[in-house]
Design a protein around this ligand. Structure first.
Ligand code: SF4
Length: 299
């Protein structure tokens, strides 16, 4: 195990990705970046992260902002429910934790939208706690390198990850594993360039083979279902409303769906009802006009 740690940490010291959120280690910034990185690629988060923090520089400023402003600033990242939960988290921290993001895992996990991974990331990156943070990439690296398996999941991977966190260096370790996972230990691993190759069970047992054709197929098939999906249209509704304070159903429908017709009104009403339940839009009393909610507490 020391050789595995040493190889990865040595490589990371020289080759760490220069990501804007790694230049900040205050708990609020970590919370923002980790929430943005849930389900969104690094390249899309980079330009939004600094802008978001410029608009809401403190957790108090985020908590006091109207949800509509938060959703406008979030536009382009997708999965708008995350913005709403982050906003709720800011308010919870202000109300229940005296404005300080908690450091204990159990407290972190009481916050809206903060799961095991995000709690581990905040505890290790912001507070230096010896906590694991297992995302898909980290899970794959540890499963392959230490067990020779393509990917183990659930409590097994968390127990394994917790066992191998080097004491006092969890922040660097978690970042390093994420970089190894993102740059080398992808579904089709690039073992030849990987710093862990000499200490990796998967690699030394000769299992990895590049399957570029299969990879391309997966990438295409992963993207195809999104276009035209319910999630796709949910995102388009919120994005349209970030540019207009209030829209009629017809105007909104024409913006979110090509060839929007009278027969699509029931579909749009159903979509809006779902978004309204999630607190992401608000309909007027006559349900003929829609806008972003002005305040999460009213939604
Ligand atoms: S050597 Fe290969 S399988 Fe092992 S961690 Fe590196 S990329 Fe992954």
């Amino acid at each position: 195990m020391p050789a595995f740690h040493a190889a990865i940490i040595r490589w990371y010291r020289r080759n760490a990705r220069d990501l804007p959120w790694r230049r900040r280690s205050d708990p609020y910034s970590v919370l923002v970046s980790e929430t943005m990185l849930q389900q969104t690629q690094v390249a899309r988060v980079i330009p939004k992260f600094e802008k978001f923090l410029a608009a809401f520089p403190t957790i108090a400023s985020l908590a006091c902002a109207p949800l509509a402003d938060v959703l406008r600033m979030w536009s382009g990242l997708g999965y708008n429910s995350r913005a709403k939960r982050l906003h709720e988290t800011a308010r919870t921290v202000l109300r229940d934790f005296n404005g300080q993001v908690p450091h204990a895992i159990d407290d972190l996990r009481t916050l809206p939208g903060v799961g095991r991974y995000t709690a581990g990331a905040v505890a290790s990156f912001a507070y230096g706690a010896d906590e694991a943070a297992v995302d898909v990439n980290v899970g794959r690296v540890l499963s392959r390198a230490l067990l020779g398996k393509d990917r183990i999941t659930g409590s097994a991977i968390w127990e394994l990850a917790a066992r191998v966190v080097p004491r006092g260096r969890a922040s660097m370790w978690n970042h390093a594993l994420m970089d190894v996972g993102a740059l080398f230990c992808r579904p089709n691993p690039d073992c030849a360039g990987c710093p862990a190759r000499r200490n990796c069970v998967f690699s030394t047992s000769g299992k990895p083979e590049r399957k570029t054709g299969a990879r391309r197929g997966r990438a295409l098939s992963a993207k195809a279902p999104f276009l035209g999906s319910r999630r796709y249209y949910r995102g388009r509704v919120v994005r349209a409303l970030t540019c207009a304070p209030r829209l009629s159903l017809l105007a909104l429908g024409e913006q979110v769906k090509e060839d929007f017709a009278a027969t699509d009104v029931a579909w749009l009403r159903d979509l809006l009802a779902e978004l309204e339940r999630d607190g992401l839009v608000a309909l007027d009393a006559n349900r003929a006009h829609v806008r972003l909610p002005t305040d999460a507490r009213q939604s």
